[in-house]
Design a protein. Structure first.
Lengths: 268, 301
């Protein structure tokens, strides 16, 4: 038990996932278990990664939390509410793998979009958007259109938009997997900084072991066929984390520990 | 030196000039051959300067009007109806696309059969419409509307369907109302597709109106065209109408492109006309990106 884990014990659970299972029907009508028997408690302000190869159900799990997917078994409670209630109250922001920006809106207007859905006034929206763009370092690009930005900048807008509604929880679905290594590392540092500043609870889906180890407090390892939670790796890497930390033996050991915790053979 | 010439070929003005020279040269070679071998060369391929001379000639060809006056008078009769029909057809096309998007039943019930209207040749449809409406002007309007309708409906529907699943998911996580989904995502997404439809529909509406003219003898471009061809009038009226119609057809599409740039903020910044209209700053990389941006696929038959 390390220091940060002890501190966390005094913090209430924000997301409680109980015996969660999702069963799809394939086109032949057979039942396919995407995930089964997932139990997970996430503390307020915690950064948790869902790590696994494709087909392990990590995205399905995230979508259940976001009310984008109906679980077939078990339930999820977020601050004592169902995912649907939480969604209707705009308490989580969802960051997709693709930036999902709207071509005809400027960067700033893209960030304002969810605020329009919350019936905020024009002035409120404008102030909030400016604040968020400053946080992700895109103030100078507020009046640009998405097709004028690089992939990394587009993903920053995506994050700014998700943070703009001031959610308690940030749900991120492989947000950096389409970016090059340099951009990705910069965004990792920026995301950690934003997390420290805003104290959000982050649930982060990834298939990149280093990314999961570097970013999160806990790595939840999922294994496929059927998708299930096979291990939870608690980490004691100090914070704030820097890129140099990736060169330390402690980091390599954690990566190895996570890799070894996959069930059913090697992680490829 | 070689590089300099190569970069010239990518310039738009150079491409236009290049094709203009080729077309004019081919035309003139043809006209010269025709002039040497045929008895009435002006009926087959007159020299361009002869057509030009007819255009500026002050000699009356019909009812005290010069050839150019004849063309413009009949053009207004035809084109105003083409425009009216185009506007009606395009509006109905857009509304139907919206209706089909809103209701899967409407789409399955109507869309496959809508195409049938397009399959009936206008030549066959026009006399029936004329018989029903009993008026050439109303017929022009109806035919232009029928022909504009389908490309606009089909392209707009394709635009609605082009919206990626993530955008629906995103709006869902925002707890967006259905109306907000349409006004903030679906309709703006369909705008480039709508314009593709309009660009296809506009010349079709004009062609159809000209065709309807030929059914009756009371004016319009098509009417003058056939009269001139049957030697009831100076043959150069025919050539002037050919050139004028070609110009109007191209112009209508260009005009719609221009309107599209003016109403699409993301395109405005990449175009000279938008820079004048919107006073937006232009950055090197976005101009590059917009040039390579894919046009939405045209949905035609």
């Amino acid at each position: 038990m390390n220091a940060s884990a002890e501190v966390r014990n005094n913090v209430p659970d924000e997301i409680v996932i109980r015996d969660l299972g999702v069963t799809f029907q394939d086109n032949k009508g057979n039942d396919v278990q995407a995930i089964t028997g997932v139990n997970l408690n996430i503390k307020k302000g915690e950064f948790v990664s869902l790590l696994g190869p494709s087909g392990c159900g990590k995205t399905t799990l995230l979508r259940c939390v976001a009310d984008l997917q109906e679980p077939t078994d078990g339930d999820i409670h977020i601050e004592g509410m169902t995912p649907k209630e939480v969604r209707l109250q705009h308490k989580f922001g969802f960051v997709f793998q693709a930036p999902v920006l709207f071509d005809w809106r400027t960067v700033k207007k893209n960030v304002e979009l969810p605020l329009e859905m919350m019936y905020q006034t024009k002035q409120q929206r404008s102030e909030r958007a400016d604040e968020m763009l400053e946080m992700v370092g895109l103030t100078n690009f507020a009046n640009h259109y998405p097709n004028q930005l690089s992939g990394g900048m587009q993903q920053r807008v995506n994050i700014a938009r998700a943070l703009g509604i001031q959610p308690d929880i940030l749900l991120m679905d492989e947000p950096f997997s389409a970016l090059d290594e340099f951009t990705k590392e910069k965004l990792h540092e920026d995301l950690l900084q934003i997390w420290r500043k805003t104290n959000k609870t982050i649930l982060f889906v990834t298939h990149n072991i280093q990314e999961a180890v570097f970013l999160s407090d806990r790595v939840c390892v999922l294994s496929p066929h059927p998708g299930r939670l096979s291990a939870i790796v608690d980490k004691d890497l100090p914070r704030p984390r820097t890129l140099e930390m990736k060169e330390t033996p402690e980091f390599s050991q954690l990566v190895l520990k996570v890799r070894n915790s996959f069930e059913g053979g090697s992680f490829s | 030196m070689k590089k300099k010439y190569l970069s010239l070929t990518t310039k738009k003005w150079f491409q236009i000039l290049f094709w203009a020279v080729i077309v004019i040269a081919a035309w003139e070679i043809g006209a010269t051959v025709v002039a040497m071998t045929k008895r009435t060369p002006e009926n087959i391929l007159p020299h361009l300067y002869q057509v030009l001379a007819a255009a500026i000639s002050t000699k009356a060809v019909s009812g005290g009007m010069t050839a150019t006056q004849v063309v413009f008078t009949s053009a207004s009769a035809t084109l105003l109806r083409a425009l009216g029909g185009f506007a009606i057809g395009a509006s109905l096309g857009f509304l139907l696309a919206l209706l089909m998007k809103l209701s899967g039943v409407v789409e399955k019930l109507i869309f496959p059969y809508l195409m049938l209207i397009q399959l009936i040749p206008v030549l066959g449809l026009a006399p029936i419409i004329l018989a029903i409406t009993g008026d050439i002007n109303r017929s022009r309007l109806v035919i232009a509307a029928i022909l504009s309708f389908y490309p606009v409906a089909a392209n707009t529907l394709a635009g609605f369907k082009s919206v990626a699943k993530e955008k629906y998911d995103l709006m869902y996580t925002y707890a967006a109302k259905k109306r907000q989904l349409y006004t903030k995502v679906l309709i703006p997404s369909a705008v480039p597709y709508l314009f593709t439809g309009l660009k296809i529909a506009a010349p079709m509406a004009i062609t159809a109106s000209i065709l309807v003219d030929t059914l009756q003898g009371d004016g319009g471009l098509g009417c003058m065209l056939s009269q001139s061809l049957k030697h009831a009038m100076n043959i150069y009226v025919f050539w002037l109408i050919v050139f004028f119609s070609a110009f109007i057809g191209i112009f209508s599409t260009q005009l719609i492109s221009l309107i599209e740039i003016l109403v699409s903020p993301q395109k405005r910044s990449a175009s000279w006309i938008g820079r004048i209209a919107g006073k937006e700053k232009i950055y090197g990389r976005d101009a590059e990106k917009n040039r390579t941006q894919k046009e939405p696929g045209a949905e035609t038959l």
